[in-house]
Design a protein around this ligand. Sequence first.
Ligand SMILES: [Zn+2]
Length: 259
Amino acid sequence: MDARPPLDLADFERGPLPPGVAHGFTPRRGGVSSGPYASLNLGLSVGDEREAVLENRRRVRVAFGVDADRWMTGRQVHGTGVLVAGRDLAGADGDVLISDDPAWALAVSAADCVPVVLVDARGGAVAAAHAGWRGAVAGVVGAALDALADRFGTDVGDVHAWLGPAIQGACYQVGEEVVAAAERAGAPAHAIWPDPGVADRWRFDVPALLRAQLMAAGLPAAAVAASTTCTHCAVDRCFSHRRDHGRTGRHWAVVRAPR
Ligand SMILES: [Zn+2]
């Protein structure tokens, strides 16, 4: 018998998505990893002990009530590749996961990058996308919307989006090459500003770019919500790749199509 307390869905941060859509961003606590990975690290390739990560993943699966063989993850490469749950191989290259099958959970991994959850409130299909600055600039949310439309007939006007916890603009310093790429991608002026303390450096609000892209694609403003949690600031609640200089854990943002 397993006497350990289960990880509770109430511990997950959630967005204002339509009722019936099981989703959430995993907390930092509630797992068995130690050191920089304490405690609910879900990343297998960040230097943590494999057995600990597998136990952490098991706890998340139990919290969502989804079997181990119905978890869709992708190998995230900061691109725009799409994987369809139940069709494509879990673990193949893909920063976008889509599904209309409630039996499947979609999970993207992040620790500063923006996890994006999309829900077709009418058709019931869902997507999870991993959007760091490279993915955002490459158009990963547009790729997710296109995939939902192509595969499931989703109308963009029915889509609700939630941008999960991520490093916020005030904490995200970038260099000129990132600014140039963001501007080429049409980043709004309010998403980039000069760093107040360092010359020739800027602050980049990736969630602001993603929000602008979602609205440009046709989502109503009221259908785009974003977490105010900054992974860099929330030391007790979040892993942060930048804050922890790369030696840290990973969260999952999870979503499942409604029944
Ligand atoms: Zn911050």
